[in-house]
Design a binder for this molecule. Structure first.
Ligand code: EPZ
Length: 419
């Protein structure tokens, strides 16, 4: 297994170009199953997750190739059964259910397991499919949705933690080929949902309201092929803005959309990291001492849960008390014990982490546990004195394209080694 070896204490300086969004790309890749015509998707980040999704499309019978960030897919004929081994490895693949149900009126996928950040149920996805007229059966670890036909209806998709991003994506995709009009209430408003809706409309779907809590889909008989460029990854952009602040550097983040990051930019300003917009770029720089801030993760456009761990690393450096409350997932604090190994003083109280920031961080071997926790450990290692080895970096490779190369170009002393 590979690790990152980081010699900390170097302020990051220079420019970094943000890749396409993993969380926009995955459902858009799944949406290509809705048509028997070819599709071309550009700015797809080359990650283990997108390579898995490319394999899953192939296992369903499509021809799919991902090369130099461009995915070409032709799902001329597809089957309704997804390879268990592939699907269970990446829970994001649950978003193939909606397209399979929409096009074939049947979908069978392995129940996506939970993961280290939470149980990750799909009850809301299944509620939406049933509302459209599908029969749901769960047997031997597989969930099957089947329907004679899908009929538009009104669906409330809000759950115990608010809207569901991939649930909204799944129902929106299935509804594009349903008879009649479907209204999704309490829909997720994330930019990735908007990007998916734009691709579906380019395929001939009729979707209005994406980005708002109410999305209306008027079913059509067929969808055609289309081309699309994926939006930039707002979570990757946030990660680099935070790394600039943590290392007292100055980094120009290119190709991201500041309007997708308002909550993060607001909190960074409060913490003493200014993010200045210059044209299509953002320049992050540290202004003096860091200040502690309180954060609660919320559905979009609130502070994103996918930036919580990275922000905690920054707050470990800010003298004073910061309270970070995680409202989306039930156990997204796996990075706390690893940050403690670097000298951070953090206590968990239920859904909140109490960060007593300002203690110096010193390098040590740490273990990545999930995608965003590993990014948090890299940020902490860049700010710590001495050497930090971040093990099990395959977690990070799921969602960050060439992070080590991008950081080295900013002056970081980081290299990939065999553990
Ligand atoms: C998407 O996951 C993202 N993944 C996650 O990013 C992100 O953290 C999450 O949205 C929230 O923003 C992709 O887009 C591939 P949810 P998703 O359904 O759609 C509960 C990353 O680091 N829930 O919005 O699976 C659920 O347990 C990843 O890039 C139900 O109760 O998340 C959670 O508490 C991690 N029932 C909350 O809703 C359901 O049927 C939000 O989950 C579905 C979800």
């Amino acid at each position: 297994m590979e690790s990152f070896l980081i010699k900390g204490g170097v302020p990051l300086h220079g420019e970094v170009t943000i890749s396409g969004s993993k969380n926009a790309a995955l459902p858009i890749m799944a949406a290509t199953l809705l048509t028997d015509e070819p599709c071309v998707i550009r700015r797809v980040p080359e990650l283990s997750d997108t390579r898995f999704m490319t394999q899953i499309l192939g296992s369903l019978g499509a021809t799919a190739t991902l090369e130099n960030g461009t995915l070409t897919v032709h799902a001329k004929k597809i089957n309704d059964y997804a390879d268990y081994d592939l699907v269970r490895k990446m829970r994001g693949s649950v978003c193939i259910m909606g397209p399979l149900l929409g096009r074939l009126k049947r979908a069978q996928v392995s129940l996506p397991g939970g993961c280290i950040i939470g149980a990750r149920p799909i009850n809301l996805h299944l509620k939406g499919f049933q509302a459209l007229g599908a029969k749901i059966t769960i047997d031997a670890g597989y969930v099957t949705a089947s329907a004679k036909q899908l009929t538009g209806t009104s669906i409330f998709l809000g759950g115990r933690a608010g809207p569901t991003v991939l649930g909204t994506a799944n129902i929106m995709m299935a509804a594009t080929l349903a008879q009649g009009i479907t209204v999704i209430e309490s829909a997720a408003c994330e930019p990735e949902v908007v990007d998916l809706a734009q691709f579906l409309n380019a395929m001939g779907a009729n979707i209005v309201g994406a980005g708002s809590p109410t999305i209306t889909i008027t079913g059509v008989a067929k969808l055609h092929g289309a081309e699309h460029e994926v939006i930039p990854d707002r979570i990757e952009a946030a990660t680099f803005l935070i790394a600039a602040g943590a290392t007292k550097g100055e980094v120009t983040v290119k190709g991201a959309r500041a309007e997708h990051l308002r909550a993060v930019i607001d909190k960074l300003a409060e913490a003493g990291v200014s993010v200045e917009r210059s044209g299509a770029n953002m320049i992050a720089r540290r202004k003096g001492k860091l200040k502690p801030v309180d954060i609660t993760t919320l559905p979009y456009s609130g502070f994103p849960t996918d930036v919580q761990a990275q922000m905690m690393s920054l707050m470990a450096l800010a003298p004073g008390i910061s309270i970070i409350t995680e409202r989306i997932f039930e156990s997204r604090f796996m990075h706390v014990s690893e940050l403690a190994r670097l000298g951070a003083d953090i206590e968990i109280e239920g859904p909140s982490a109490i960060v007593k920031g300002g203690k110096p961080l010193n390098g040590a071997p740490v273990m990545a546990s999930d995608l965003r926790a590993s990014a948090a450990l890299v940020i902490a290692g860049l700010a710590a004195s001495g050497e930090t080895q971040v093990n099990r970096i395959y977690h990070l490779d799921r969602g960050y394209e060439q992070m080590d190369a991008k950081l080295r170009a900013l002056g970081a002393r980081i290299r990939r080694v065999e553990e």
